[in-house]
Design a protein around this ligand. Structure first.
Ligand SMILES: Cc1cc2nc3c(=O)[nH]c(=O)nc-3n(C[C@H](O)[C@H](O)[C@H](O)COP(=O)(O)OP(=O)(O)OC[C@H]3O[C@@H](n4cnc5c(N)ncnc54)[C@H](O)[C@@H]3O)c2cc1C
Length: 427
């Protein structure tokens, strides 16, 4: 251990490591309760990931009113959040931002956004809250290590690039390992592991889906509105999502692909998984077929590719004709019944085989992290190191899209800040 000595200088200082949503709220709450708080972030400013969340609009929580339903969204580990959500749940964070001049608005799926649809309003309100409490910001400073006093098992010092600083308590809010270019490079896992914590292997949770067939890649860059994807195993329907989808050079992205991705790896373990995309969910197969018959009759002399352009986004025309093996200049009147039916089938159920998710570099959220068994759910305090607390994505819990992941940060951040402040005031 680098530092065994306690000269008393850091007693009472709470070091919050990470200036994302969890760290900012934790720091602000602790300071509000009178703690002396120093917040470190290796980025030059606060909340870099928060700023890009929800495509810069920041879907910061979910308005699901039933707490049991809310907890169920996190799966079996949701129980861990029960107490923290009761202490500081979705209503509390909405009221928190309202009180700081950031009213909210609820969109489809009970997704809550700032009315301005601007994540910087959320980030700035958090920064002001922390500043008002007197939090000292140390941006651009990377914490390299934490050192423990062997006689007490407590963290005594944080190690920076050229120096070290004594501390009374630490909140680790360093985020997960997803989207590491925002600063969340998994440092907190390394610190926690060194202090004896178990790290459940970090994996991508919400991430774009890689698919095997390259035919659809020709439509890369296309954003589709109101389509649906259905998951099948051995001919049985296992899942279905409706909404917006993006086609990329490796597969599928956009809201419904991301939403579904959280369940994809588990489903892939159960058997050969196929996804079908319905590009026209508002029309039945029969309605589509009747429409094609009408159009092909009316515009029989025109090439099939131009007739389809009236019905489909341009990049999909080539994809569909190639999937149905139809020569694009064929006059519409010469399209056979089989070819027309093949077009209908592909538009209603275009099959693709998922191969997995894009890695952590492109994931929105990490699954895995600091094992929940070693963290007290009522306080977010480590069961192993008495003056260590955790908040946010570093914990081994994650939720679906819809604001559930930022809510983890608010609930755990608030509780960790409050409890760390209590610990320091008692000492
Ligand atoms: C593109 C994108 C969109 C998203 N959209 C949404 C959304 O709309 N709704 C939603 O609920 N969730 C969304 N998420 C997820 C959500 O943003 C994260 O779960 C959340 O930011 C995690 O917060 P955190 O405070 O735990 O960690 P982070 O926000 O990752 O912050 C951790 C901070 O710790 C700092 N740090 C790490 N190591 C060190 C060190 N050694 N020393 C000093 N500082 C360090 C990092 O620089 C970073 O700033 C999105 C994520 C991405 C990538």
């Amino acid at each position: 251990m680098e530092e065994q000595r306690n000269d008393g200088a850091g007693q009472g200082i709470l070091a919050v490591i990470g200036g994302g949503p969890a760290g900012l709220l934790a720091a602000g709450r602790a300071a509000e309760l009178g703690a002396r708080v120093v917040l470190f972030d290796k980025n030059p400013e606060a909340g870099v990931k928060l700023l890009i969340s929800g495509k810069g609009r920041c879907n910061y929580t979910n308005a699901e009113p039933d707490i049991q339903q809310f907890i169920a969204a996190y799966g079996k580990d949701g129980r861990f959040l029960y107490s923290a959500l009761n202490t500081f749940g979705p209503d509390h964070i909405q009221a928190f931002f309202e009180a700081r001049g950031v009213p909210s608005v609820v969109e489809r799926g009970k997704r809550v956004f700032p009315e301005s649809r601007s994540s910087s309003d959320i980030r700035d309100a958090l920064v002001r809250y922390a500043q008002d409490g007197g939090v000292q910001f140390r941006f651009g400073e990377e914490v390299r290590d934490l050192s423990i006093a062997e006689e007490t098992g407590r963290i005594r010092r944080i190690v920076l690039a050229d120096s070290g600083e004594p501390v009374g308590a630490v909140i680790l809010a360093t985020g997960g390992a997803a989207y590491p270019r925002t600063g969340s490079t998994g440092d907190g896992y390394r610190f926690a592991k060194k202090l004896g914590h178990t790290i459940v292997e970090p994996r991508p949770s919400i991430a774009p889906i890689r698919i095997r067939e390259s035919g659809i890649f020709a439509a890369q860059g296309l954003d589709l509105k109101n389509v649906s994807i259905t998951a099948w195993i051995d001919g049985k329907k296992r899942d279905e999502r409706f909404g917006d989808l993006s086609i990329t050079h490796f597969g599928l992205s956009g809201p419904i692909a991301m939403d579904f991705s959280r369940d994809l790896l588990d489903l892939m373990k159960e058997g050969p998984l196929t996804l079908t995309i319905d590009f026209k969910p508002a029309l039945s197969y029969e309605m589509l077929d009747a429409r094609f018959q009408r159009e092909f009759l009316k515009r029989g002399r025109e090439e099939i590719k131009s007739v389809l352009r009236a019905l489909l986004p341009e990049p999909m025309v080539g994809v569909m004709l190639s999937a149905c093996r139809i020569y694009p200049p064929t006059p519409a009147a010469e399209i056979t019944k089989e070819e027309r039916q093949s077009l209908c089938s592909h538009l209603k159920a275009y099959p693709v085989t998922p191969e997995g998710l894009l890695g952590l570099n492109w994931a929105i959220v990490t699954s895995g992290g600091v094992s929940l068994k070693e963290v007290e759910p009522k306080t977010m305090r480590s069961r192993l190191v008495p003056n260590l607390f955790f908040a946010g994505e570093i914990l081994d819990i994650d939720g679906p899209t819809g604001g559930f992941n930022l809510q983890i940060c608010w609930s755990t951040g608030w509780v960790a800040g409050e409890q760390a402040a209590h610990l320091l005031s008692e000492e």
